[in-house]
Design a protein around this ligand. Structure first.
Ligand SMILES: *[C@@H]1O[C@H](CO)[C@@H](O)[C@H](O)[C@H]1NC(C)=O
Ligand SMILES: *[C@@H]1O[C@H](CO)[C@@H](O)[C@H](O)[C@H]1NC(C)=O
Ligand SMILES: *[C@@H]1O[C@H](CO)[C@@H](O)[C@H](O)[C@H]1NC(C)=O
Ligand SMILES: *[C@@H]1O[C@H](CO)[C@@H](O)[C@H](O)[C@H]1NC(C)=O
Ligand SMILES: *[C@@H]1O[C@H](CO)[C@@H](O)[C@H](O)[C@H]1NC(C)=O
Ligand SMILES: *[C@@H]1O[C@H](CO)[C@@H](O)[C@H](O)[C@H]1NC(C)=O
Ligand SMILES: *[C@@H]1O[C@H](CO)[C@@H](O)[C@H](O)[C@H]1NC(C)=O
Ligand SMILES: *[C@@H]1O[C@H](CO)[C@@H](O)[C@H](O)[C@H]1NC(C)=O
Ligand SMILES: CC(=O)N[C@H]1CO[C@H](CO)[C@@H](O)[C@@H]1O
Length: 655
């Protein structure tokens, strides 16, 4: 309950007779219990919570120029004044501003796309989530269930994942739009669940941008909040479908969770929209991979025609499929495409593993999208993806593509990448920047890499890998190009960085998950060339490279590795279709005048006015033991060491 704060218009506002309506729309980032007002020439006008956390109001006056938003407590008293001075312009009434944040209109430069497109990557009814805005996401959830889930992400009794669906009403506010729907949230991830800043899956009853679901990823493990977004964009630039998105400020009930990435979930809708270019397209079946309880990793070998063998292996899980083409109650129907793949691959392996002729390639490319897989592997190399397909067969899926009648690999969740990783003893850290092919130990005694080894043992495939890597390294992973992307994202989120870290430090949930206690300085430093070590009780994660530092060093390493590769020999090895990538041209260019000022105490404030043209982009039961080991360089690794978080639903170990 809020007590309204009534104000008397001071006479100067009426001085010149003709009065105008000045409209204000502003999002609160202060959570429940506060409202907002606008301060004009020392007078405070309270605003209405039209769609919490959005507040609005109209002030009638001759002339309003400078204003500020203020935070009011439940008694209507001002508890904080934002540190920005704003100037009213024609666009003020048309946008939803955000308390204590300047209005941003940033164009995120697209990374170059030097390879032939392979997939549509979106469609009219499944537009890519715009990457240059920060959404405001507020969930009002069933309090009992939410409290239970946030206090016990791992059930105290069993230590199993608490994946309870919690009913909520969601309000999402963007600079231009508002959205509200009922739906539910549940926790996601195992590795990410180690952190107090939890990650969530959101299911919506009403579509948001053509979607019925998305993920809110906490990005709690690294200080730039940009690594995952960059990795997503790199795959996309290489023509490999990935779940992409942007940022969101996240509030659930009375808790402020800070800045998240809001990205697509791996859904039927996403596959249809991104791979097939139409969210209503019929999809095939996708399977996700896991290491099983015996720490055996999937190797795609044929296990016979009985689906039980695949299910019981613990390596595969049925993921998305079309209920109109596959009967959800018929297990053998759901497993059939996977069984077919393992059979095709195993037959191929037996016949062609030692055959270097072109017929081996011809036979392989009949059922496997080798081109897409090699592109994915090159990005894994450049980002050093410690928790994805090549190294661990994790966070990835096999998709039977019915349109092409072949199989493709899709990966997701790039939190262990680009120089921000948990220690992994399978990695030779001494050669990680220059080794662009055997960084994934091909002779790993624990993890079966025979699938990838066998592919790359064919000279034609290795040659194609090298050409893709050379091209991607020279054109996409170029430090100047990548830095423009990184620094524009940094500009987008910079004002939210301290608030984000502080929100987690102040989060009141009972769960005692990891918190890295990063600072704004860590953010700025680690964007560039400064690593963040200092893993003590204080910090959980090591970030041995600054982000640009990694891009530079790994880029140099792979440039050197591919220095003699002729990139003019750019012939896709499979799936040579003419595909037009979807571009969202429906929206006209918008020019927004930004006119807000960062107030500097005791200094003359400079008014920044810039007009920017935005081209609308279409576009367990184990405990965590001990602390991390000292870096052990090189192979061979300790035999049979269990690896962390690749084992579904099981905590990780340290040795
Ligand atoms: C404020 O929001 C309410 C509810 O959406 C709307 O009816 C009203 O017109 C809005 N006022 C302004 C000034 O935008
Ligand atoms: C508002 O911004 C200033 C300067 O960035 C910061 O010191 C302050 O903590 C911010 N307040 C909130 C609520 O974000
Ligand atoms: C959550 O919502 C669903 C669908 O509206 C409903 O069936 C269920 O009973 C609700 N659960 C709770 C705990 O409110
Ligand atoms: C399940 O699907 C298989 C084909 O994959 C089919 O042979 C079998 O008859 C189906 N069973 C039922 C009960 O529909
Ligand atoms: C590690 O971080 C803590 C907290 O910021 C700080 O007090 C300590 O000095 C740091 N240690 C090193 C070696 O940087
Ligand atoms: C480039 O790679 C070769 C081996 O391929 C290596 O001998 C050389 O030291 C590398 N150069 C640089 C500058 O890393
Ligand atoms: C921006 O604000 C300044 C200071 O109030 C004002 O002089 C200028 O005309 C404004 N620019 C626009 C485009 O409104
Ligand atoms: C946007 O502004 C640019 C120059 O700043 C101008 O060339 C362009 O025509 C404007 N576009 C629209 C749609 O007004
Ligand atoms: C764009 C491109 O390079 N397309 C080539 C893909 O590969 C086939 C042969 O497999 C060529 O015919 C295409 O020109």
């Amino acid at each position: 309950m809020k007590i309204k704060f009534f104000s008397i218009f001071i006479s100067s506002l009426f001085a010149l007779g003709k009065a105008y309506n000045y409209n204000f729309n502003v999002v609160s980032i202060l959570g429940e219990g506060y409202s907002l007002g606008v301060k004009i020439e020392n007078t405070i006008y309270s605003l209405e919570p039209t769609l919490f956390p959005l507040f609005n109001g109209t002030i009638t006056a001759d002339y309003i120029s400078e204003y500020k938003y203020v935070a009011l407590n439940q008694q209507g008293a001002v508890v904080e004044e934002e540190s920005i001075s704003r100037t009213y312009t024609d666009t003020t009434s048309q946008i939803n501003e955000v308390y204590n944040r300047t209005n941003k209109n940033i164009e995120i430069p697209e990374l170059p796309e030097p390879l032939k497109p392979m997939f549509k990557m979106g469609g009219e009814d499944f537009k890519p989530i715009p990457n240059n805005i920060i959404y405001n996401f507020y969930a009002k959830c069933n309090d009992k269930d939410y409290t239970f889930v946030s206090n016990e992400p791992f059930l105290r009794e069993t230590e199993e994942n608490n994946d309870l669906n919690v009913n909520c009403t969601f309000t999402i506010i963007s600079p231009k739009d508002t959205y509200q729907s009922t739906g539910s949230i549940h926790l996601i991830g195992w590795g990410s669940r180690q952190y107090k800043k939890l990650s969530w899956a959101v299911k919506l009853d009403k579509k948001f941008m053509g979607r019925k679901s998305f993920k809110l990823r906490a990005v709690a493990n690294e200080p730039t909040l940009i690594r995952e977004r960059l990795a997503e964009e790199l795959y996309n630039a290489a023509g490999v479908p990935t779940q992409q998105g942007t940022y969101a400020r996240v509030f659930i009930n009375n808790d402020i969770y800070g800045l998240y990435t809001l990205i697509d979930s791996f859904s039927k809708n996403w596959i249809a929209g991104t791979v097939h270019g139409n969210s209503k397209a019929k999809i095939g079946v996708s399977y996700k991979f896991y290491a099983n309880d015996d720490e055996v990793y999937p190797n795609f070998k044929y296990l016979g025609d009985d689906y039980n063998a695949y299910e019981e292996s613990g390596n595969y899980e049925i993921d998305e499929f079309d209920k109109s083409t596959i009967n959800p109650d018929n297990e053998s129907e759901k497993w059939a495409p996977l069984i077919r793949f393992t059979q095709l691959y195993t037959d191929w392996y037996e016949k062609y593993n030692n055959d270097n002729s072109d017929s081996a390639i011809e036979a392989l490319t009949k059922f496997l999208n080798v081109e897409s897989l090699l592109r994915l592997m090159t990005i894994e190399t450049l980002t050093a993806a410690f928790d994805n397909l090549w190294l661990y067969n994790s966070n990835s899926a096999l998709y039977y593509n019915p349109e092409r009648d072949n199989y493709q690999f899709i990966s997701f969740d790039y939190d262990q990448s680009l120089g921000g990783w948990l220690y992994d003893e399978n990695i030779n850290y001494d050669t990680i920047t220059e080794d662009c092919i055997t960084w994934v130990n091909p002779n790993d005694p624990v993890i079966d890499h025979s699938f990838f080894n066998s592919l790359l043992s064919h000279p034609q495939i290795l040659e194609r890998y090298n050409v893709i890597l050379a091209k991607v390294t020279r054109i996409i992973f170029d430090p100047d190009t990548v830095s423009k992307f990184i620094y524009s994202l940094a500009e987008l989120i910079r004002e939210d960085v301290s608030w984000n870290f502080e929100s987690i430090d102040q989060l009141k949930i009972e769960y005692d998950g990891h918190v890295n206690h990063y600072t704004f300085e860590d953010f700025e430093n680690n964007l560039g060339y400064t690593p963040i070590h200092n893993i003590t009780d204080y910090r959980f994660d090591d970030t041995p490279y600054g982000l640009m530092d990694w891009v530079k060093k790994k880029g140099d390493g792979c440039k050197n590795y591919t220095r003699n590769i002729n990139i003019n020999n750019d012939i896709n090895i499979s799936d040579d279709y003419e595909v037009e990538v979807y571009r969202d041209n429906s929206k006209p260019n918008i020019n927004i005048t930004i006119n807000s000022t960062i107030a500097k105490t005791n200094t003359k404030t400079k008014i920044k006015t810039k007009t920017i043209t935005t081209k609308s982009k279409s576009k367990t039961k184990t405990k965590i033991i001990g602390i991390k080991p000292k870096t052990k360089n090189g192979w061979p690794r300790i035999k049979n060491r269990p690896n962390y978080h690749h084992i579904k639903n099981k905590p990780y170990y340290y040795y």
